[in-house]
Design a protein around this ligand. Sequence first.
Ligand SMILES: C[S@@+](CC[C@H](N)C(=O)[O-])C[C@H]1O[C@@H](n2cnc3c(N)ncnc32)[C@H](O)[C@@H]1O
Length: 235
Amino acid sequence: MSTTIKEREEGHERLYPNWLNPRYYYLTQLRKQLESVTNGFIRSGSAKTLADFGCGNSPYESLILPHVKKYYKIDLEENPRAEIHIKPTGAIAMEDNTVDAVLSTQVLEHVPDPVLYLSESKRILKSDGILILSTHGYWMYHPDPTDYWRWTSSGLKKVVEQQGFEVIYFKGIIGRAAMGLQLFQDGFLFKIPAFLKPVLALFMQPLIALMDKTTSQQSKNSDACTFVLVAKIKK
Ligand SMILES: C[S@@+](CC[C@H](N)C(=O)[O-])C[C@H]1O[C@@H](n2cnc3c(N)ncnc32)[C@H](O)[C@@H]1O
């Protein structure tokens, strides 16, 4: 399916937002993490096929596409960009052991049954396949179409491992202090006129970036805005 100019612009802003975007710091950090994981686990590995499970408008496709032969887009029936739709039962219309990698960015907090979602991810993966998953620790309520869960680092590892995965990489992005400022910003963001939003972002986003530098990576791995993990199937 070809993309429109508007979709390409939205995709570019998601990957490379400007400082006037109230999500500037978060989107930049998430992209960097996903780039790093793509380089470490897809580019240098043997993944030829990838399923973007809960693809939305597949904002990270351009980072990954050069390194895989086939990029499947999977989502709910209502997403016209998806080429494979999820059945009402939550199952994916795809054979077992089909793909080398499953990509799941900001989906797990939206699924009504995370256990089913993870077991479907495992079912479609080949036995040496990997799951690349990012989801929120702290974030505002943001239904798409619903918003059910927030994860702690331990809870996320537990639910992933209970479905037969072994977590081989785990990183938190944006620590507590910076995330406090992000939520403070968002507390005002939806109450002010549209023309003031970039002004608020221009003031807050550098502050959030600066504050985040005071938090160690070790602390972020326990407590963060978003966790990014890579898991392989437990033998
Ligand atoms: C916040 S969006 C993230 C989209 C995209 N992955 C991204 O990073 O921008 C959440 C996505 O989860 C999808 N979703 C919601 N419930 C789902 C389910 N039960 N199974 C799979 N995907 C689901 C939504 O349709 C939506 O595309």
